[in-house]
Design a protein around this ligand. Structure first.
Ligand code: 13P
Ligand code: SF4
Length: 383
């Protein structure tokens, strides 16, 4: 099985060298993580590149990397920021593959988007392949339903899935604007095919838009006809793709009960990629930007259990020491692919640029770019 980047899933361990796995020679030495000069080297390389360089960092990145980001943000903010920097020749994206693809789609042809480690994919994005989605669409056409279906894909999907949505009258959404994107979609059709995160789709439809669980069905790409009967498809308003985040999907309703029993008065704050039963039990739900803003404005002395990626939760606990901030479930770990981007890879990418070598450039072909941009622009134009 391969990931969106075409790499076998088993290379995700930190010790694997993604370049040799791909059969591509690493054009230069990857500095050892133990090199005490790495911070200084990154600073020097950044200074040498000056305004030619723009570094974007997703909130789930390691501290050692995020310190070099010119802008930090959630997927939505970073997509906007990438589009707003036409003067930067190089955009180094400290995040995962689908984010770098989106940045390439939204930037001009002269700008180069670089992902410091090509093995930084996303298991959720890998759960919806183009062929599977095409097969699903053909089944909807055969059932005479495709005309009423608007495809909406979460940002966490490959460029060709975004392009599929653009071509078929649909849009992209992020966790910050899923509700608005679904309102937009239901103004245009009676049903939505929501890709690839079933949890974000279900949580938005049921908790924000007042639909019932019966309005939602789950399309399983590994079963004939998605494992659904024609009647189930006919009745459904939300056709949810059977995909999930392998980090957020691990928080459980029991972890919410457990923290409530241990910490009286605790506020539970989770990301909408969490399972429906977890979100139902939480006090607040929102994207990573929303989580940060909620904690920023929380009163001193308040207690919070946060269900999102661990790098961010640790950083928030350090940033707001006047609040008691803990991780919702101690058995859930970091996003291993976000963590692929470490200081050695960042230094390697930046120093390569300084000597005129563009490494790990992410490029999306012209036709895919065109249609994916249609879907992304529909999202960016949402009120
Ligand atoms: P946001 O950045 O949109 O909140 O998404 C979280 C996530 O899982 C990114 O991979
Ligand atoms: Fe993908 Fe989840 Fe990691 Fe985000 S946190 S990159 S959705 S696996």
């Amino acid at each position: 099985m391969t990931t969106q980047t075409g790499l076998p899933l088993f290379v995700l361990g930190r010790s694997a060298d993604p370049h040799s796995e791909k059969g591509v020679d690493c054009p230069g030495e990857l500095p050892p993580a133990s090199d005490p000069g790495l911070v200084e080297r990154a600073r020097k390389a950044k200074a040498a590149l000056g305004d030619r360089l723009f570094v974007l960092g997703h909130h789930y990145q390691r501290d050692e990397v995020i310190q070099f980001a010119d802008v930090t943000g959630d997927s939505f903010k970073l997509a906007r920021q990438a589009a707003a920097r036409p003067e930067a020749e190089f955009i180094v994206f400290c995040g995962v593959h689908f984010m770098a693809e989106s940045a390439d789609i939204l930037t001009s042809g002269d700008q180069k988007v670089i992902l410091p480690d090509l093995a930084a994919g996303c298991s959720m994005a890998d759960m919806a392949t183009f062929d599977q989605v095409e097969e699903c669409w053909e089944a909807l056409e055969d059932a005479g339903l495709a005309e009423q279906v608007i495809p909406v894909t979460y940002m966490n999907s490959s460029a060709d899935i975004k392009a599929f949505c653009g071509r078929n009258g649909g849009a992209v959404c992020t966790s910050s604007n899923a509700r608005r994107a679904l309102d937009w979609a239901f103004e245009r059709g009676g049903k939505v095919l929501f890709l690839p995160d079933q949890h974000l789709g279900r949580n938005t439809a049921v908790l924000e838009m007042g639909m019932s669980l019966d309005d939602c069905v789950v399309w399983n790409p590994h079963r004939p006809n998605g494992g659904l009967t024609p009647e189930e498809l006919e009745r459904a308003r939300m056709i949810l793709w059977r995909g999930h985040c392998s980090v957020h999907g691990r928080f459980t309703a029991e972890s919410v009960d457990d923290v409530r029993s241990r910490v009286p008065g605790v506020n539970v704050l989770v990301h909408p990629e969490c399972r429906h039963e977890v979100v139902l039990k939480a006090d607040h739900v929102g994207s990573t930007e929303h989580i940060i803003k909620t904690l920023e404005s929380a009163p001193a002395g308040s207690s919070w259990a946060v269900g999102t990626e661990l790098n961010l939760v640790k950083r928030l606990a350090q940033t707001f020491p006047d609040k008691e901030i803990s991780f919702l479930d101690r058995t859930v770990c970091y996003c291993s692919t976000m963590n692929r981007i470490d200081l050695p890879h960042l230094v390697w990418a930046l120093e390569s640029l300084v000597i005129g070598e563009v490494v790990n450039q992410i490029t999306v072909d012209e036709d895919t770019t065109h249609w994916a941009k249609v879907a992304l622009d529909r999202m960016l134009a949402l009120p």
